[in-house]
Design a binder for this molecule. Structure first.
Ligand SMILES: Cc1ncc(COP(=O)(O)O)c(C=O)c1O
Length: 353
């Protein structure tokens, strides 16, 4: 705290990202990164970009990247907004579309950045409890609101919501923006992108950080009606004209183009997840149904904090949330390679003995 801080800064409770430790020998299953590297085509595109042209600013509109993303989904480039990771895209969404006179609605257990953006932009919000099975019940969102946002699959629970439920929500909620944060959608959850041309109040955000193995490049995007996209562009152009640098644009285009590599990587991660869930169940864990590249699991008798600490002693890091109390027994475990899964299961077997 300093006397030079503004009132807004003094009142902030910033988001705390998962640890990025400096040690090399860790099994790192704590921040939902992809265990496989990006497509070789991405690496080649980045190498080609290391050139004299770096003295020039990048395209402020990222037109080539928008065209690649629009082409991938069969949308118009005017329906695509790109930003420096989906966190930045979400920040603009909160300011441009979700700051309204009525409260924003999101689940009580969800991505913990949402309340942080509300604090930054002074947005009132209401938390809607997940049901007893940790699912989003769309009927609960049928109340006056200035917007609705949740991830699908939800984080940190990993639980997916069926597309028919999202469509039900869009039918009952036509007067405010519904944002579906699809950061993890490619690992077995149905995407709402196909509803975009039917519902002008639907905005879908996605990222290249997870399924396309590019957390280090920082590229995310939003897809929706061109009027929603225009609102985001207005905020972006009042904030930072060049959020996508030359490397990010070249690498992201190559990643969108290499569909085969992307699909194979997702398939491998889903297969590892299915196998890991079985192993954990055999060790007396209850695992929530996952549509993500991570799982949310609790042991029948042992506490979440204790297991996290014991795994850490064995150089395996996972994520544990102390709050809210309902999720304190759970471990959030990123799906790694098969070899990393084996190390995790071997370590847990020893710890639980
Ligand atoms: C639900 C959810 N949305 C968005 C993000 C942001 O991802 P990025 O900024 O890397 O695109 C994350 C990151 O972990 C996430 O868990």
């Amino acid at each position: 705290m300093s006397k030079f801080w503004s009132d807004v800064v003094s009142g902030l409770t910033p988001y705390v990202p998962g640890e990025q430790p400096k040690l090399d020998n860790l099994v790192k299953l704590n921040t939902n990164e992809n265990p496989y590297g990006p497509s070789p085509q991405v690496i080649r595109a980045l190498q080609a970009e290391a050139a004299d042209s770096l003295r020039l600013y990048p395209d402020p509109n990222s037109d080539k990247l928008k065209a690649a993303i629009a082409g991938y989904y069969g949308l118009q480039p005017s329906q695509v907004f790109v930003g420096n990771g989906s966190d930045e895209v979400l920040a603009h969404v909160f300011q441009a579309l979700l700051k309204q006179s009525r409260p924003l609605l999101f689940p009580d257990i969800t991505y913990s950045f949402y309340p942080v953006y509300c604090g930054l932009y002074d947005i009132e919000y209401e938390e809607i409890p997940l049901n007893a099975s940790y699912e989003i019940d769309v009927k609960e969102y049928d109340r006056p609101n200035g917007g609705i946002i949740f991830p699908n699959p939800n984080a940190p629970t990993s639980v997916p919501l069926a597309l028919v439920e999202i469509e039900k929500l869009l039918k009952i909620n036509t007067e405010s923006v519904v944002v579906i944060d699809e950061a993890y959608v490619d690992f077995g959850t149905e995407s709402a992108v196909k509803l975009i041309n039917t519902y002008p109040n639907l905005l879908v955000t996605q990222t290249l950080s997870k399924a396309r193995s590019l957390a280090g490049l920082r590229v995310g995007y939003a897809l929706g009606h061109k009027d929603l996209v225009e609102a985001l562009i207005r905020v972006k152009d009042s904030f930072n004209s060049y959020p996508i640098d030359r490397f990010a644009e070249a690498g992201a285009i190559a990643a969108m183009q290499d569909k085969t590599y992307f699909e194979e990587t997702c398939k491998k991660i889903i297969a590892t997840r299915v196998a890991l869930v079985k192993e954990l169940q055999a060790l007396s864990f209850e695992v929530l149904p996952s549509g993500a590249n991570f799982i949310f699991a609790k042991h029948k008798t042992r506490a979440g904090a204790e297991l996290t600490a014991k795994l850490r002693e064995k150089n395996i890091i996972i994520r544990h949330f102390k709050k809210p109390a309902r999720i304190a027994p759970y471990l959030r475990i990123t799906i790694g390679t098969d070899a990393q899964s084996k190390q995790l299961v071997d370590a847990l077997t020893l710890i639980l003995k």
